[in-house]
Design a protein around this ligand. Structure first.
Ligand SMILES: [Mn+2]
Length: 306
């Protein structure tokens, strides 16, 4: 009997849902849950290194069945917990190498659902994706562009990973969702166009969501999703490093994920900083975002498209 059967009890445990997942062994699960607790590349509020712990804790109320996508994601994907990547605090380049080394074998046998950590971790994740799957499309939920060429003259941090990913030829098409907030310059907007990225501001998402969904539906082939929790309004998700007011509601974020129909090869949720959280709101949302993404994978595996 899988340990996960314990979830069917209506009695909630102090031990969270994700923490009750079986530890990954030699089996070939269709999905693996893993943490990457690295936050040395944050530029404002730190604490995302506690994200994996927060999301595991925030998963306590997750029950087995998702009625919106009509799946039992954890059971249907035979999800196991791969633990946390052994990162090296203070050393981003060595950490990136270690993330790649650790994820490669897992990714060859399964779809990874990863919890950061700050957004710098997505570069080594995408390097691994390229190695295993070739070039992929990227759906990038964020309030920030994250394609700056450098920060403080440095190439690697949580605001430059997308520029590096494009330079390294890791990506096909890129669609950004939820961009907002003040910028360093009007040139930032132009840069996105020059880089060939389709960026949808929060205004476009709020006023014409159908157009955004339509654009996403034109993506063909393997697709990776990176979800920065700061795409959600800080009123719903205060526990994050670089909050921007005026964002998506939790409901909108979940609805967009539910509406997707893509060939999902991996998923991350990043920038959850539990020390800045209130009443576990952000950690609970992070857990539900991962659950919804796993449900998407399970639904599409069943051949259901919407
Ligand atoms: Mn962001």
């Amino acid at each position: 009997m899988r340990q996960i059967d314990a979830l069917k009890s209506p009695r909630f445990s102090q031990i969270s849902t994700f923490a009750r997942l079986p530890t990954c062994g030699d089996e070939r699960p269709e999905a693996i849950f893993m943490g990457i607790p690295f936050d040395d590349a944050t530029t404002y509020r730190p604490g995302a290194r506690f994200g994996p712990m927060g999301v595991r804790d925030g998963s306590r109320l997750l029950r087995p069945y998702n009625p919106f996508q009509k799946v039992y994601p954890l059971d249907e994907l035979n999800v196991c917990d791969g633990g946390d990547v052994d990162v090296i605090p203070g050393h981003i380049e060595e950490t990136m190498e270690r993330i790649e080394e650790t994820l490669t074998e897992y990714m060859k046998r399964s779809t990874l659902f990863l919890v950061g950590g700050d957004h710098s971790i997505t570069l080594p994740i995408l390097r691994t994706v390229k190695r295993v799957h070739g070039k992929v499309n990227l759906i990038h939920f964020d309030s920030h562009y994250d394609f700056w060429d450098s920060h403080w003259g440095k190439k690697y941090d949580h605001g430059t990973w997308l520029r590096r990913s494009l330079e390294e030829g890791l990506l096909n098409r890129v669609i950004q969702i939820g961009i907002r907030g003040s910028l360093f310059s009007h040139e930032d907007v132009e840069d996105g166009k020059r880089l060939g990225i389709s960026s949808f501001t929060i205004r476009e998402v709020k006023l014409d969501l159908n157009r955004v969904i339509q654009e996403i539906s034109t993506l063909k082939g393997p697709t990776y999703i990176s979800f920065d929790i700061d795409v959600v309004d800080p009123a719903f998700a205060p526990g994050t490093g670089t909050p921007e007011v005026g964002g998506l509601s939790s409901f909108e974020a979940l609805e967009i994920i539910r509406s997707l129909n893509v060939q999902l090869v991996g998923f991350d949720v990043v920038e959850i900083s539990p020390p800045y959280d209130v009443s576990e709101l952000t950690s609970m949302l992070g857990a539900n975002i991962i659950y919804e993404a796993m449900s998407l994978k399970a639904r599409l595996k069943n051949g259901e498209t919407s």
